[in-house]
Structures are given as structure tokens and as C-alpha cells.
Write a protein that binds this ligand. Structure first.
Ligand SMILES: NC(=O)c1ccc[n+]([C@@H]2O[C@H](COP(=O)([O-])OP(=O)(O)OC[C@H]3O[C@@H](n4cnc5c(N)ncnc54)[C@H](OP(=O)(O)O)[C@@H]3O)[C@@H](O)[C@H]2O)c1
Length: 256
């Protein structure tokens, strides 16, 4: 088993949902954490929760947009270029409009966050991992990186890009003690749909109505399982959906 105690882990999007659950899981296991998100109040809540689970936990907060040009310098300074685990999680979908009705600014936000910002973090920490003798990277993909659905062209395109990037990275790092992994969830009950529908609670609630979605803790448990495998084992990818979901567009809903 790969012991996570005292490993340093950088988690993007740690203020909510999957990133928050992963911060709690790794904090409980004694990782030194570097947590990134824009909402400081939410990050402080996560920090306090981790300290409740593990009073010795070292939790560093980096309050920043992951697209900010000064973020690499902040991470380098805070971590002293020592990152064992990168959880490349921050991301979003915006809107469910068809291509011709959707907004360029939404496309740019998704592409610059889900693709550019996450890829740049790999570019930043990978040389440190190689210098330090190894490391683990988990990229948050999605079933939208494997399937496509109407109204999700650019979001699906960003997650297909994550899948391609992950595969190339795995080839390029082979033999360097870097484990490159990916997880591709279906429906997880987080702030994801509320962000996608710009705070429209009814639209967000309808996504998870009368079915049982995955919870953030389910994804964190699976990612922790990936990280805890002995170092000669890589779980390339986990694709996971709720039992009530057959594909992004096939969902079993019980009558209310
Ligand atoms: N929920 C699902 O059904 C689902 C399914 C498949 C894949 N995913 C993927 O899982 C990942 C996490 O999503 P989630 O479901 O946990 O959603 P979430 O609850 O909305 O969490 C998203 C996180 O990303 C952060 N974030 C977003 N844009 C950011 C930016 N520009 N700078 C810094 N932080 C940013 C948010 O923090 P702040 O707002 O505080 O900055 C938040 O902590 C995403 O990559 C998503 O595509 C989700």
C-alpha cells in the first residue's frame, strides 16, 4: 500500500464538491495540503473541518483563480517546489444551449479553466516531481470525456481534451515513477449544476430529481483508493456513474 502520510498534495477546486471531499480524505490520512479556490470563506471552512478530523494536519490555503498569472509563483513559494500529489479538479460547465445559441465567453471560461489552467499546473509541478523522484497526478475528466450530448459541445470537448492530455502524459512519464491517472464521473451531487445553470436552483435540482446521484465522498474514496495502491500499480482511469445512470442522457427516475 502507498502510505499517504506526510505526502504533499495540491488540490484545485477544494472549496466545494469533489475537491473539498478529497481535501478531507487526504487531510485525514496526514497529507500536507495546498488547497486552491477563489472563495476564501469556503476554504477556511474546509480547513477547519480537516483540523477537526486531524488536529496535526498542515493545511495551506491559496486563495486564487486558477487562471491567475501569479498562481505558479504562489504555489512554488508555498510548497517550496515539493508536490507529491496533484489533484487537477477545478472545472465547470456553463449552459446547456446548442452551439449556435451559446456564448463565446462561456466557451472561453470552460476552455481556459478545464483545459488551459489545469494543463499549466501539470507543466508547473511535473518537473518538481521528476526532481523529487516521483509523484501522482489525478486529472478530473468526466463521462463527458467519453460520450457526447446535445447542449454540451464545449464542455464535452474540454473533457475529451483532458482525456487525450492524460493519455499522452502517461506515455511521456513512463519509467519516471510518475503515476498519471484520471477519474471520469457521471452525475455527482455538487455545486456543478448550480454553476452550470447560473444559480437557477430549480434547474439544478431537476438534474438530480427522483434519482440517486453519486456524492463527492464516493469520488474522493475512489481517488484515495487509486493513490493508496502500491507504487508499482497504476489505475489508469475509473469511469463511474450512479446506478441510476446508464449514460449522460439515460437516467432512471422514479415517479415522485
Ligand atoms: N458534479 C458532476 O456531476 C461532475 C461529473 C463529472 C466531472 N466533474 C468534474 O469534477 C470537477 C469538480 O466539480 P464539482 O462537481 O466538485 O463542482 P463544484 O462543486 O462546482 O466545485 C468546483 C470547484 O472548482 C473551483 N473552481 C472553479 N473555477 C475556478 C477557477 N477559475 N479558479 C479556482 N477555482 C475554481 C470552485 O471553487 P471557487 O468557486 O471557490 O473558486 C470549486 O471549488 C470539475 O472538473 C467537473 O468538471 C463533475
Amino acid at each position: 500500500m502507498n502510505n499517504l502520510q506526510n505526502k504533499s498534495a495540491l488540490i484545485t477546486g477544494a472549496s466545494s464538491g469533489i475537491g473539498r471531499a478529497m481535501a478531507l480524505s487526504l487531510g485525514l490520512r496526514g497529507c500536507e495540503l495546498y488547497l486552491i479556490a477563489r472563495r476564501e470563506d469556503k476554504l477556511l471552512e474546509v480547513q477547519a473541518e480537516i483540523k477537526k478530523l486531524n488536529s496535526h494536519a498542515k493545511v495551506h490555503l491559496i486563495v486564487s483563480n486558477i487562471k491567475a498569472p501569479d498562481l505558479p509563483e504562489k504555489i512554488a513559494q508555498a510548497s517550496r517546489q515539493n508536490i507529491d500529489i496533484l489533484i487537477n479538479n477545478a472545472g465547470l460547465a456553463l449552459g446547456r444551449e446548442k452551439v449556435e445559441d451559446s456564448l463565446f465567453e462561456d466557451w472561453e471560461e470552460m476552455i481556459n479553466t478545464n483545459i488551459m489552467a489545469n494543463f499549466k499546473l501539470v507543466h508547473l509541478v511535473l518537473p518538481w516531481m521528476m526532481t523529487n523522484g516521483g509523484g501522482d497526478i489525478i486529472n478530473l475528466c468526466s463521462v463527458a470525456g467519453h460520450y457526447t450530448y446535445a447542449g454540451g459541445a464545449v464542455y464535452c470537448a474540454t473533457k475529451h481534451a483532458v482525456k487525450a492530455f492524460t493519455r499522452v502524459l502517461r506515455e511521456e512519464t513512463c519509467g519516471k515513477n510518475i503515476r498519471v491517472m484520471q477519474i471520469s464521473p457521471g452525475m455527482v451531487d455538487t455545486e456543478f449544476s448550480s454553476v452550470r445553470f447560473r444559480g437557477d436552483k430549480n434547474a439544478a435540482d431537476a438534474v438530480y430529481a427522483n434519482m440517486t446521484p453519486l456524492q463527492s465522498e464516493d469520488i474522493a474514496r475512489m481517488m484515495t483508493f487509486m493513490l493508496e495502491q502500491p507504487r508499482h500499480v497504476v489505475i489508469d482511469e475509473i469511469i463511474t456513474m450512479p446506478t441510476d445512470q446508464g449514460s449522460p442522457t439515460t437516467v432512471s427516475r422514479k415517479n415522485p
